[in-house]
Design a protein around this ligand. Structure first.
Ligand code: UDP
Ligand code: MG
Length: 319
């Protein structure tokens, strides 16, 4: 039985050796307790520091370490996809390089999958300790909004740390969409998921890659990727404008008939403008619905571009 650990790494030269140390410790323990073999797949997401160098060194020292290095920064979602694609394991885990996702949980997670009742062991954090309060507040609001707008359940506090069966990994890989929102994709494919709770742990080294603007864009991506409700809201606004215009028109006509029209022109003008812009918004909403669905699909851009893998390195050295 082989377990693959997929580790997206962007500027993680300091954290990676620590991660490797801890993961190999857990791997050695699980070799004894479960008889499992491991492979570690570091996905260097176009890092600017020595992440690739560290990955090469680790691979030279330990052939269980594999890596994929991107031609530029494609984002964590792309890195997860590339790692899942490279993984050969019967079970595949995705976890961060900064040890915020403790590998020590893996034995418990594997036990749950081995019972055969679950296809996925996922984690969520119960606290957001060590995070700016503003960020926590916006995060909570985001989960409220997306769960109201989307049919796909996005669990509050869910981390991208999970151990999946081969079947589930293949299902995730079959969703080759360009705009990837992993939290949504993992939930969309279904399967039986067992949740593990743990308290937030601060990263061991290096710095977080997320700023507020990055998280904001990420949340918009999640909403657009897993819900078309905003377009319906746009169309709804159009309908409301139309209704308001009709009421206005009735009012103006009746008033003109009954009392004459002293300031001739502007009230009817306002009504016509309201009506026209209402109809326009309404139609735009409908067109947008189709456009959004098509736009995201037709481009067929690759999700990531790899520059080097451990296979390239081995080939170069054997030459
Ligand atoms: N990461 C990545 N590409 C990016 C940003 C982040 O592969 O563009 C990786 C990063 O190296 C780490 C994980 O995603 O392993 C989570 O990032 P981080 O710890 O900065 O996020 P946080 O835990 O603060 O939410
Ligand atoms: Mg982190």
């Amino acid at each position: 039985m082989l377990i693959s650990l997929v580790v997206p790494s962007y500027n993680e030269e300091e954290a990676m050796p620590l991660f490797y140390q801890e993961a190999s410790r857990v791997a050695a323990e699980m070799k004894k307790s479960h008889g499992t073999d491991f492979e570690f797949i570091f996905v260097d997401d176009g890092s600017r520091d020595g992440t690739l160098r560290v990955a090469r060194e680790l691979h030279d020292r330990d052939p269980r370490v594999r890596y994929v290095s991107f031609s530029r920064n494609f984002g964590k979602e792309s890195a997860i996809y590339a790692g899942l694609k490279a993984a050969k394991g019967d079970y595949v885990a995705t976890l961060d390089a900064d040890l915020q996702d403790p590998p020590a949980l893996l034995p418990q997670m594997l036990d749950v999958l081995l019972t055969g009742d679950y296809d996925c062991a996922a984690t969520r954090r119960t606290t957001r300790k060590g995070e700016p309060p503003v960020r926590s507040w916006f995060a909570r609001k985001f989960y409220q909004i997306i769960n109201r707008l989307s049919d796909t359940e996005i669990v509050d506090g869910a981390r991208d740390y999970r151990l999946m069966s081969r079947k589930m990994v293949d299902a995730v890989l079959s969703m080759a969409e360009y705009n990837r929102f992993s939290k949504g994709i993992f939930s969309w494919v279904g399967f039986k998921t067992k949740w593990f709770d743990y308290e937030n742990i601060e990263r061991v080294a290096g710095q977080t890659k997320w700023n507020f603007w990055g998280l904001f864009k990420y949340s918009i991506e999640g909403i657009v990727g897993f819900s078309t409700a905003p377009l319906i809201i746009a169309a709804g606004a159009g309908v409301i404008f139309c209704l308001a215009a009709f009421v206005g028109i009735l009012f103006v006509v009746v008033r003109a008939l009954a009392f004459g029209d002293p300031t001739s022109g502007w009230p009817s003008m306002v009504c016509i403008m309201l009506l026209c812009s209402g109809v326009q918004l309404f139609c735009l909403g409908i067109v947008g619905e189709y456009l959004a669905k098509t736009y995201l699909e037709v481009k067929h851009r690759p999700i990531y571009i790899e520059r080097e893998t451990e296979a390239d390195r081995d080939a170069r050295r054997s030459r």
